[in-house]
Design a binder for this molecule. Structure first.
Ligand code: GUN
Ligand code: FE
Length: 484
């Protein structure tokens, strides 16, 4: 592994780069030059480069930086107006173990869906016999492959309660090169499906051993794969477990992820189970689970008091519009969360409540759901999400949610090269673009972004890099996935 890292030469990327340094500020850098060092770090960004040959790019770099390298790699997409680089997508909420259930269970609402589809699926992984391990490997490899190929360079995953196969999942993320947060699911009482739960002590043991295991597999000084403390949601956790997980996260300085306010019956259940708490959000704050690296998934139905509490603790929301529509959970008013409450809102696929593992689809669905809210609102502009806002949520807000805002999410000096190359005219692309629609001005570029978001898919994502390493390259062979 260390050898593969050392083999990466200093790379200069020349082309169009699009990112969102702020909510609602989309920056399009045409003809820019970005330098990525051998450690996978962006250490040079210039939007002043006029273009030219490989030699001219290298000369420009050397003049600007006063530095040289014995070996350069030059990646030039500047001649093609239909190609652009975008920061890799960040999926802040996905259940890797539920991938086989994607698209299944349309007739159910959340609580029945968990009992009828989700717990039985996750229970399959909870066994140390070899057939179960083979199943875990098959499902986990597939979901990592699929998300990477859709441009997801970083994901915060839920696995299952089983520590053994959760460790296997961590191995697979590392092998594929995806930046990942591995959340072994913690739940110590399951009323509706009792065979799928663990004891408080089992959970303590497996959390401790997992944290050790994951830190042991990362190569020296790297933290591509990290653990995340994952109480599934309040209804399946005892007070004792919630409290212990809160202190475990603080002791080991770990991020936290859970579900909140997804469905009205779920909210009623939480109120019944925790009568001493003011509301759903205070169940978590009372057990020290709300921190500046807590990701709260769904957050469809929040009271003003809950929003204030979430903002006070600087938690992030993971908006999962596809899942919220599929399970008829509701329409989260994320425009208000962003602008009124100033909450950091990122995006999640929530596979398999969500049927699609691509964040591009989630961007599209987030915008459409906001339009549905607008149709019921008096002031549309307060509700409708813009394309820059949606791209911000998919990249920079995701970076903040997982506590990596200084490392990923935009193309800035000092950040890691986690990127995707989009080609609107890739082989098999289903986007039709007419000649007159291609001009290199801002208006035409934003039209093209609309085409990509509303009629593109993972076939337009032709290369993906994580931490400087090329992890997907569809230009070599449409269906080859590069494994390191
Ligand atoms: N709430 C608790 N567990 C889950 C889950 O697996 N998926 C969704 N969508 N909501 C949950
Ligand atoms: Fe979920």
């Amino acid at each position: 592994h260390a050898k593969a890292m050392a083999a990466i030469p200093y790379t200069l990327y020349h082309g169009t780069f699009i990112h969102t340094p702020e909510l609602d500020r989309l920056e399009i850098m045409n003809n820019a030059l970005i330098g990525v060092n051998q450690k996978g770090e962006i250490d040079f960004v210039s939007s002043e480069y006029a273009g030219g040959s490989q030699e001219e790019a290298i000369m420009f770099f050397e003049q600007k930086t006063g530095e040289s390298h014995s070996q350069f790699k030059y990646v030039d997409t500047s001649k093609d107006p239909l190609k652009f680089f975008l920061p890799g997508f960040i999926d802040t909420h996905i259940h890797a173990s539920q991938y086989p259930n994607a698209g299944i269970g349309l007739e159910s609402l959340l609580l029945d869906w968990l009992t009828d589809y989700t717990f039985p699926m996750e229970d399959q992984f909870t066994d140390t016999n070899s057939a179960k391990i083979e199943l875990a490997k098959k499902v986990y490899s597939k979901v990592i492959d699929r998300t990477l190929r859709s441009g997801t360079t970083c994901a915060s995953y839920f696995t299952t309660t089983d520590p053994h196969t959760s460790n296997i999942f961590a191995d697979l993320c590392l092998k594929a090169g995806q930046r990942s947060f591995v959340g072994k699911v913690c739940m110590d009482h399951n009323e509706t499906y009792p065979s799928y739960e663990e004891s408080f002590e089992e959970c303590q043991d497996s959390m401790s051993s997992m944290v050790k295991y994951i830190s042991s597999i990362n190569p020296h000084n790297e933290t591509l794969v990290r653990p995340i403390v994952t109480p599934r949601f309040a209804p399946v956790c005892s007070r004792k477990l919630l409290k212990w997980l809160g202190s475990f996260a603080s002791e080991h300085n770990l991020p936290i992820q859970t579900h909140i306010g997804e469905n009205k019956n779920e909210i009623k259940l939480v109120a019944d189970l925790f009568p001493e708490c003011d509301n759903y959000a205070s169940v978590y704050s009372d057990h020290d689970l709300l921190t500046n690296t807590t990701i709260l998934a769904h957050a469809v139905h929040l009271t003003k008091a809950e929003r204030l509490l979430i903002k006070k603790h600087l938690c992030s929301v993971s908006h999962c519009p596809t899942s919220n529509s599929f399970l008829t959970s509701g329409e989260a008013p994320v425009k208000q969360y962003l602008h009124e409450d100033k909450i950091n809102v990122s995006l999640g696929t929530d596979v398999s409540g969500g049927f699609d593992s691509s964040i591009l689809t989630i961007i599209r669905q987030a915008i459409l759901v906001s339009h549905h809210l607008a149709m019921k609102s008096n002031d549309e502009t307060d509700v409708k999400l813009t394309i820059p806002e949606a791209i911000f949520m998919a990249t920079k807000a995701g970076a903040k949610a997982v506590g990596l805002e200084h490392q990923i999410g935009t193309f800035e000096k000092g950040k890691r090269w986690d990127a995707q190359l989009i080609d609107l005219n890739s082989p098999n692309s289903i986007i039709d673009i007419f000649d007159w629609q291609i001009k290199k001005d801002r208006k035409s570029m934003s039209d093209l972004l609309g085409k990509w978001i509303f009629s593109g898919d993972d076939r337009n994502c032709i290369k993906v890099w994580c931490n400087g390493r090329l992890v997907v390259d569809k230009t070599v062979d449409e269906w080859v996935f590069i494994k390191h």
